[in-house]
Design a protein around this ligand. Structure first.
Ligand code: SF4
Length: 609
C-alpha cells in the first residue's frame, strides 16, 4: 500500500518472525503509531495477563508521515499494557528510530512472548532478525548503545538500562544516546522499559536508507514547502530555536504552576537558575530528531558527559525536589537516563519520599539514610537504589501509588498520581481544564494528551465552564493524532502551524483524501478504544477519573493564586459535561451508540454484548 511499509510480528518465545502488509482497516481507521498499538492490544486483550508477563505485547510503531519529505519530525510509539497502571500505556519518542524503521521498510514491530536469553532486534531491509545480547545484559543504556553502534554503524538504537532489566515499573527506553547531531530522547512514561526487560529484549536497532514510496510526490513536495515556510516564517521560531521547551520554566513559575516540593507550592524563588535563559547560556549544542527543521534538543554538560534537557525533566527533578543548582539537577537527569528511568515518575517518587520525611512518616531507620528537600546526594543515591531495586528502592520502584499503599499513614493523600501514573509537571489546583486533562487521560496523568493549562490561563483560573470540557476533548483528539501520524506536534503547538497541512500531507502520501476532521475521528476512535481496554482490564470508571486528595483539600499557600484548590462539586459537574460531550454514560463508559458510531463494533460487543 502506498505510503506504508510492512509490519513485523515477532515471537520471542519461539523465535519466529513474520512480515505482513498493512491492511486497509489498520491504515485508514487507525493510521499508525498509537492507533495501531491500541487496535492490536484490544484484539489480544483476553490473552494478556499483566505488564511484565510474557503474554504482554509490545508494539513499536511509527506513522505514515515519518521519513517522507514532509519535515515534521520523527516520532515512534512504544505501547503495551503498562506494568505500572495495568491499563493501556504508551510513550512517544523522537530521535532517528522511526525514520530508520520506515527507511528499512518496517513501519511497526509487534513483539510477543519472552526470550530465555538476552536478545536484541535488528530491523533492516524489510527484515527483522533476533540477535543474541548476552554481552549487553547488565550494561547501562549508554554503553549498550555504544557497543551496538560499533557493530552496526549508521543506525538508530533503542536500549533499556539497568532499571528496565530489573523491571522497575517506570523504566524508560533510551533512543540514540548523545550523538550530538541526533537528539537523544526517551520513551519515558508507563514503564515500556520494564516490558522490554521482561522479554529479555535489551535493544532495538534500525538501519535503513530506502525512500518511502508515496502516492503523489509532487503534491507532497508542495505541502512540505508550505510547512517549511510556516515553520521558518513563524514569529515564534527565533525564541523556539533559542529556548526550546525550557522557557516553560519561567512561564510556569509566573503562572504559579511550577510543581515545588511535591506539588505543595506552585512557584520557586530560584527558577531563573535553571530556566530557558540559563540553559541557553550554558548549552553546548542543540540536536534534533530525524526529519526536523526546528531542533530543540538543548544539551548541557554533566562532568565529562552530556544531558539533553526538557521542561518536564528539569521541573520534576529540580523545584519538585527543592533543588535549585542546575549542575545537580542536570546530574539527576543524566542518572535517570543512564539507569533508564522515567524522569517524571522518578522525580515524583523521590518528592513523595521527601514529603514523608518532612511529615515524620518515614525516617532514617526505615529508609537507610536521612533525606531532606534539596539534598542532591540523597537524590543521586535514591535514583541508583530505585534502578537497582536495592533497599528502600525496591518499594520506590513500584511507583508512587503502590509505594503510598505500602507506607499508609494517610500518605495516599499526597501521592501525586492518577490511575497509577505520576502527574507530570504542572500544578493544576488553579487550572480546572488541566485538572480534567489529568483525571481523564487514557494512560494516567500525563500532560502530553491535553496541555490545557494555557487555556485555563486564557479564560480564567476559577472557571469550570463547559467550554473547558470541550477544549480538553479537542486536545485529547488532536495531540495524540501526531503520535498516530509519526510526527512531532511542536510545529503546531509551539509555532502555530496550520494542522490542516498534516491531513493534506497524509492524503498525498496514501493517495486518498482525508480532511483534518476525518483524522480527528480516527483519533477519537483510538481514545474510545483505549478507554474500553481500561474498562475491560481494570473496570475503570468515574471513580478513577479523579485526582489526589491534595488537589481538593490543600489550597495553594501563596502568590496570586493563593487559596485556589479544585472545587470537588464543580469538578464533578465538569466531568459530567465531559462524559456527555464524549457520548459516554454517567459511569464514564462509552455508550454502545458511540462505539457503533465510531465503527468499534467488536468493542461494543465486548462491553454490551
Ligand atoms: Fe524532535 Fe524537538 Fe524537532 Fe520535535 S521539535 S522533532 S522533539 S527536535
Amino acid at each position: 500500500m502506498l505510503g506504508y511499509g510492512k509490519i513485523a510480528y515477532v515471537n520471542l518465545t519461539d523465535k519466529r518472525v513474520e512480515i505482513a502488509d498493512v491492511d486497509e482497516e489498520l491504515a485508514f481507521k487507525y493510521i499508525g503509531g498509537r492507533g495501531w498499538a491500541a487496535y492490536i492490544i484490544f484484539k489480544n486483550i483476553d490473552e494478556i495477563i499483566h505488564g511484565t508477563h510474557p503474554s504482554n505485547i509490545l508494539i513499536v510503531a511509527t506513522g505514515p508521515l515519518d521519513a517522507t519529505i514532509f519535515k515534521g519530525g520523527s516520532k515512534t510509539t512504544f505501547a503495551a499494557i503498562s506494568p505500572q497502571t495495568g491499563i493501556y500505556g504508551d510513550s512517544n519518542v523522537g530521535g532517528y528510530l522511526g525514520s530508520m524503521m520506515r527507511k528499512a521498510g518496517i513501519d511497526a514491530v509487534v513483539i510477543k512472548g519472552a526470550s530465555q536469553e538476552p536478545c536484541y532486534l535488528l530491523i533492516e531491509d524489510e527484515r527483522v532478525e533476533i540477535e543474541a545480547a548476552e554481552n549487553l545484559w547488565g550494561l547501562h543504556s549508554k554503553d549498550a548503545d555504544k557497543k551496538l553502534r560499533e557493530i552496526h554503524g549508521d543506525c538508530s538504537i533503542a536500549t533499556i538500562g539497568i532499571a528496565g532489566e530489573k523491571l522497575v515499573n517506570f523504566a524508560c527506553v533510551n533512543v540514540d544516546w548523545d550523538l550530538r547531531i541526533r537528539r537523544h530522547g526517551q520513551a519515558g512514561r508507563t514503564g515500556m522499559g520494564a516490558v522490554m526487560g521482561s522479554k529479555k529484549l535489551k535493544a532495538i536497532v534500525a538501519k535503513g536508507d530506502k525512500e518511502v514510496r508515496v502516492a503523489d510526490p509532487e503534491r507532497l513536495a508542495n505541502i512540505a514547502e508550505r510547512l517549511k515556510d510556516q515553520i521558518t516564517g513563524s514569529k515564534l521560531y527565533e525564541s523556539w530555536e533559542k529556548y526550546g521547551t525550557m522557557s516553560t520554566i519561567e512561564w510556569s513559575n509566573k503562572a504559579e504552576a511550577l510543581p515545588t516540593k511535591n506539588f505543595q507550592y506552585t512557584k520557586f524563588d530560584d527558577a531563573e537558575k535553571f530556566g530557558g535563559e540559563a540553559i541557553h547560556r550554558l548549552k553546548e549544542y542543540t540536536s534534533g530528531c530525524a526529519n526536523c527543521i526546528m531542533p530543540c534538543g538543548h544539551t548541557i554538560s554533566v562532568g565529562e558527559d552530556h544531558v539533553t534537557v526538557d521542561y518536564e525533566n528539569i521541573a520534576m527533578l529540580g523545584p519538585n525536589l527543592g533543588l535549585s543548582d542546575l549542575d545537580a539537577i542536570a546530574k539527576a537527569n543524566y542518572l535517570c537516563d543512564y539507569y533508564g528511568l522515567d524522569t517524571i515518575s522518578t522525580g515524583s517518587v523521590i518528592a513523595f519520599v521527601m514529603e514523608c520525611f518532612q511529615r515524620g512518616i518515614l525516617d532514617e531507620e526505615r529508609v537507610g539514610f536521612e533525606i531532606k528537600w534539596g539534598d542532591a546526594e540523597a537524590v543521586y543515591k535514591l535514583i541508583k537504589f530505585i534502578a537497582e531495586r536495592k533497599g528502600f528502592g525496591t518499594l520506590m520502584a513500584l511507583g508512587v501509588r503502590e509505594l503510598s499503599r505500602c507506607i499508609g499513614e494517610g500518605s495516599e493523600r499526597f501521592a501525586m498520581q492518577v490511575k497509577g501514573l505520576e502527574i507530570s509537571a504542572y500544578d493544576h489546583r488553579a487550572a480546572p481544564a488541566m485538572a480534567l486533562s489529568y483525571a481523564t487521560c487514557d494512560i494516567g496523568a500525563h500532560h502530553n494528551r491535553s496541555w490545557a493549562i494555557t487555556y485555563d490561563v486564557e479564560v480564567g483560573r476559577d472557571n469550570y465552564g463547559e467550554d473547558k470540557a470541550s477544549k480538553v476533548i479537542y486536545l485529547q483528539h488532536i495531540r495524540p493524532l501526531f503520535d498516530m501520524l509519526g510526527v512531532c506536534r511542536f510545529p503546531w503547538v509551539e509555532l502555530k502551524v496550520d494542522p490542516n497541512l498534516y491531513a493534506e500531507a497524509y492524503s498525498a502520501i496514501v493517495g486518498r483524501e482525508f480532511s483534518l476532521e476525518d483524522l480527528l475521528i480516527c483519533s477519537e476512535r483510538v481514545w474510545n478504544l483505549t478507554r474500553v481496554i481500561a474498562i475491560l482490564r481494570n473496570k475503570i470508571d468515574v471513580k478513577d477519573d479523579s485526582l489526589p486528595a491534595r488537589d481538593f483539600e490543600d489550597p495553594i499557600p501563596e502568590g496570586d493564586t493563593k487559596g485556589f484548590r479544585i472545587d470537588k462539586e464543580k469538578f464533578m459537574n465538569l466531568l459530567r459535561s465531559y462524559y456527555k460531550l464524549r457520548g459516554w454514560n454517567d459511569q464514564g463508559w462509552p455508550t454502545e451508540e458511540k462505539l457503533l458510531e465510531l465503527g468499534l463494533e467488536e468493542a461494543a460487543e465486548k462491553l454490551y454484548g
